[in-house]
Design a protein around this ligand. Structure first.
Ligand code: FES
Ligand SMILES: [Fe+2]
Length: 335
């Protein structure tokens, strides 16, 4: 019995950066408590299966890949990309039982990530990010960020405006300017849209990553799309043609574990080494991690009465309402 909602299982979730899944090397991960093995066939295509050999329950991810099959490390039973066992080397005479298979899940590669859906059909499409596929933007993978919290907490932290001056002073905010400007949230189906113009810190010498000019009190225009359940597309601008896209998505590993992938595209500073942004995000996510891991309960409580929400928390309120409406919150259980 799963304690996750059917719809949550039927969403695309990231399970790895594409570069982490190497040819001929099985990759082990977990999604919504389901242990997965991800591996590539000789055409480069990624496959996702339950990480369990039907023979004695061994993890297939400890095995190896050959002839477009994944091979169990214990007795070398072979499974093809459809999950069917196609070879049992112990006996020449045995007919392979029809039960000898492991479940295969939907799997696709896009935006430099491997995505898996645990249902037979996905309920939502992936967000469209043309900037990442045009070829003239520089795209940098940062993280991943492994946190001991639920994915909902990690995503919510990414959307939270009020903490910038306090958790990231001098990097994302200025404690002298703590006010959150007014903004409106519009919910269209499973996507929340909102924009904000807010104060930010000056570019620091250590991390010259943003395109704000050298003004005394810089502001940043941020256009957000929050795609339920755990994806954010954030477009940043500073009033001219320079732009930046943050694509953030959290992998729900279990109810108190998640892994965030933060992919950043820019149409400026194309020569800057990737490590500048990667080190910057290591600092930012490190500052957030200790705060979010302390939050209780580990999952966002989807009942609004459980916390205290004020007007500037409008994103959090809309997020809870939309997660409920779309039946993505945990208590939409089934058996
Ligand atoms: S446990 Fe996998 S082949 Fe025996
Ligand atoms: Fe933060």
């Amino acid at each position: 019995m799963s304690t996750y909602s059917k719809k949550l299982l039927a969403c695309w979730h990231p399970v790895a950066y594409a570069h982490e899944v190497k040819a001929a090397e099985p990759y082990s991960t977990k999604l919504l408590d389901e242990a997965l093995v991800i591996w590539r066939s000789s055409d480069g295509k990624a496959h996702a299966m339950r990480d369990l050999c039907i023979h004695r329950g061994t993890a297939l991810s400890l095995g190896w890949v050959a002839d477009d099959c994944i091979i169990c490390p214990y007795h070398a039973w072979r499974y093809d990309a459809k999950g069917d066992c196609v070879l049992i080397p112990q006996s020449k005479h045995v007919t392979i039982p029809t039960k000898a298979k492991t479940p295969v899940y939907l799997c696709q590669e896009r935006y430099g990530l491997i995505w898996v859906c645990l249902a037979s059909q996905a309920v939502y499409d992936l967000p469209e990010i043309p900037e990442f596929e045009k070829g003239d933007w520089k795209v940098v993978n940062t993280g991943p960020f492994d946190w001991d919290s639920d994915a909902s907490r990690q995503v919510e932290n990414f959307t939270d405006f009020g903490h910038f001056p306090w958790v990231h002073p001098g990097l994302l905010g200025d404690p002298q300017r703590p006010l959150v400007p007014d903004y409106e949230v519009e919910t269209k189906g499973h996507i929340l849209h909102y924009s904000i113009v807010r104060p930010e810190a000056s570019n620091s010498d250590d991390f010259p990553v943003f395109a704000n000019e050298e003004v005394v009190q810089p502001v940043r225009r941020s256009r957000y799309e929050l795609h339920l359940p755990y994806t954010i597309v954030l477009r940043l601008g500073w009033g001219a043609e320079k732009g930046m896209v943050y694509f953030f998505v959290s992998q729900p590993i279990s109810k108190d574990k998640c892994r965030g992938y933060c992919i950043i595209g820019r149409n400026y500073d194309l020569e800057q080494p990737d490590t500048v942004l990667q080190n910057f995000e290591d600092v930012i996510f490190g500052q957030d991690k200790r705060v979010v891991e302390s939050q209780r309960p580990e999952q966002v409580p989807f009942d609004l009465a459980d916390e205290l929400h004020l007007q500037f928390d409008a994103v959090a309120i809309h997020y809870r309402k939309a997660m409920n409406k779309e039946e993505l919150a945990y208590w939409h259980m089934y058996d």
